[in-house]
Design a protein around this ligand. Structure first.
Ligand code: GAL
Length: 641
């Protein structure tokens, strides 16, 4: 992917509207003295930019940008569309998204809008136009951010009348006739045929499950609404500004296709809250969560770094980096000393151009009072302040190089996350978890990984390509696979549905050059493993494959578990940690990739010039003759190639 030289930099999120204007210059001077380059502002300030409809007050923003710029900082200006002011609701009373029960969500926090609402989109276009005209060539502004964290607070799926109308339009365009839709969805099944698009409802509040094809279409529609909403803003910004445009994505959010949104942006960025994510969303054993409670999961950040590097086609940032305890997870521990530095360096090793801490000063009011910043509410430095300063000094000494191109690629596909949510078949089947566990197994072997979009058409840079759980393999990917010379591992549950969410006949997996038929599938409770004689087990999910291809491994009960034809392998179940480590080590050996089982909590990533080692443990680790400090990072130059 990317090996172009980069200018790595640090930054911070700042809310001038939260503080007395007399404080801005001091804040800006302290940011610059700390070694920060970027400052993101504006993304929640609509009510201060336009206190009444049409009554603009932007002088304060002019002065804030001037003050920050005069201190030598570069501004990322956010469009404020994640927080429509209260008056917006009087103008557009039907703009609120509705939850699954059909209830409107109310004003008083943020993200209270329906992506499909035309009137609100027009308001967003209006404020974006005003900002883009005014600041599109401002010498202190150097990048844009659209909105804030699409999908945060479960805001993509809306069951509102507005969404219903837009969904019907979307369906009419996609299927052209109700008859075609009925055929595609198999509506004959329970007398669900429609005579007109106006008869079609949203797939909530049905007596039992709605047709999965209906649900899948709704998921695709909802994702498209995010893409359209974002595009309204990027189109306008580009008319007035040449500065790159980013959006700040989140961790483990799959409700919209980030690759599709990313196609309209220049930079992918994400908001990394390692301790919040560990507490709030990671699926892991209690022991694992205890061990890493103050450090975060050793793979969760890296996975998203690699994912968003792909979404940004090589260009990516961290727009918000956790600096201390957050306020929103079930438990909010204090990070170990060193983690605010380690997290930043890990991002840079994975090719980040910038890491911005969230936020400058902890707010003494409103929802996030309990969320740390680089400064305490009394402006004294909080612990992450000095760690950021250390990173800034270290950056000044490090050559500016991008991350190394990996030899292993892992496909990530948002539509597959929707597909297996719509039809898990086993209660704990999770696409994200399946891919993440595969990623973790690769990283434990010390490998650097590139994430690929599902329509990747060139696999030639890689020695090993993996695609677990991709519901429908794309035509370009299948074509690339047919001529690919390296090793690949496809499955489980790959190519198992058509685009319209039917079971393909001939039966899956339908892979080039592989004679195999998935004749039966079963899901199993997590405490019912199916052992593999060579070690480890299949869990959650497995498939009975009929094949004339080579059976590399079979389960104790005789079902083929891993089959191959030439370099192409199909894995007929969800392999656990032990089985995956074994299978992947063997594939890497064959592919000529050096592996080494890393000590628990230790991970590495190659940049173009260095090998970085990250110790997520609370104790030092002795490794390869060196001591990597607790919560520490170490780097060594790579031998010249
Ligand atoms: C992010 C959000 C920020 C702030 C932060 C707190 O999700 O973008 O505005 O709320 O979380 O951790």
């Amino acid at each position: 992917m990317m090996t172009t030289p980069l200018k790595r930099a640090l930054g911070v999120c700042y809310y001038p509207e939260h503080w007395e204007e007399s404080q801005w210059a001091t804040d800006a001077a302290r940011m610059a003295a700390l070694g920060l380059t970027w400052v993101r502002i504006g993304e929640f300030a609509w009510a201060r930019m336009e206190p009444q409809p049409g009554k603009l007050e932007l002088d304060w923003l002019d002065r804030a940008i001037d003050t920050l710029g005069a201190a030598g900082l570069k501004v990322v200006l956010g469009t404020p569309t994640a927080t429509p002011p209260r008056w917006m609701l009087d103008r557009h009373p039907d703009m609120l998204a509705h939850d699954r029960e059909g209830r409107p969500r109310s004003f008083g926090s943020r993200r209270h809008y329906d992506f499909a609402h035309e009137g609100y989109r027009a308001e967003c276009a209006r404020i974006t136009e005003i900002l883009a005209r005014r600041y599109g060539r401002n010498p202190h502004v150097a990048a844009w951010q659209t909105d804030n964290e699409y999908a945060c607070h479960d805001t993509v799926l809306s069951y509102s009348p507005v969404a219903l109308k837009a969904f019907r339009n979307w369906l009419a365009q996609r299927y052209q006739s109700p008859q075609a839709l009925n055929r595609a969805w198999g509506n004959v099944f329970w007398s669900m045929d429609y005579a007109s698009f106006d008869e079609i409802g949203l797939p909530n509040l049905t007596v039992t499950e709605a047709n999965p094809a209906h649900q899948m279409a709704f998921r695709r529609f909802a994702s498209d609404m995010v893409v359209e909403f974002n595009r309204v803003q990027t189109t306008i910004i580009r008319r007035h500004s040449d500065y790159p445009i980013a959006h700040n994505y989140m961790g483990q959010i799959t409700d919209f296709d980030h690759f599709a949104v990313g196609a309209d942006l220049d930079i992918a960025s994400w908001d990394a809250y390692p301790l919040g994510f560990l507490s709030d969303r990671l699926t892991a054993s209690p022991e694992h969560k205890r061990r890493f409670v103050r450090q975060g999961d050793p793979d969760f950040q890296a996975f998203h770094h690699d994912l968003y590097r792909a979404v940004g086609r090589g260009r990516w940032w961290i727009m918000e980096q956790q600096p201390g305890p957050v306020n929103w997870a079930p438990w909010n521990p204090d990070p170990l000393p060193g983690m605010a530095r380690l997290w930043a360096w890990e991002a840079f090793a994975h090719g980040a151009e910038a890491v911005c801490y969230f936020r400058w000063r902890q707010a003494p009011f409103a929802q996030e009072q309990m969320h740390a910043g680089l400064l305490r509410p009394d402006s004294a430095p909080a612990p992450a302040h000095d760690e950021a300063a250390q990173v800034a000094r270290e950056l000044a000494e490090m050559p500016d190089q991008g991350t190394a191109e990996a030899k292993v690629a892992l496909v990530f596909d948002y539509a597959s996350a929707w597909a297996w949510e719509v039809q898990p078949q086993g209660r704990d089947f999770s696409y994200f978890r399946l891919v993440f566990e595969t990623y973790r197994a690769l990283r434990r072997l010390g490998l650097s990984i590139d994430v690929l979009p599902p329509d990747a058409a060139d696999l030639s840079p890689y020695a090993l390509v993996l695609a677990p759980g991709v519901a429908t393999l794309s035509a370009p990917f299948l074509a690339a696979l047919a001529t690919y010379k390296g090793l690949s591992l496809i499955g489980p549950r790959s190519n198992a549905k058509t685009v319209e969410f039917a079971t393909p006949v001939p039966l899956p997996p339908n892979l080039p050059g592989l004679d195999a038929t998935v004749a039966r599938v079963e899901s199993l409770p997590p405490d019912v493993p199916v052992h593999l004689p060579a070690g480890g087990a299949l869990r959650h999910w497995r498939e009975k494959v009929e094949t004339s291809a080579t059976v590399v491994e079979q389960s104790l009960d005789g079902w083929p578990a891993l089959i191959r034809a030439a370099g192409l392998h199909y894995l007929a179940g969800w392999a656990d940690e032990v089985a995956l480590a074994r299978i992947l080590t063997r594939l890497c050996d064959e592919a000529g990739l050096a592996t080494e089982a890393l000590p628990e909590g230790l991970r590495q990533r190659d940049s173009a010039t260095h090998r970085f080692v990250f110790n997520y443990n609370a104790e030092p680790v002795h490794w390869q003759g060196r001591e990597i400090p607790a919560a520490g990072v170490d780097w060594q130059p790579l031998p010249a190639r």
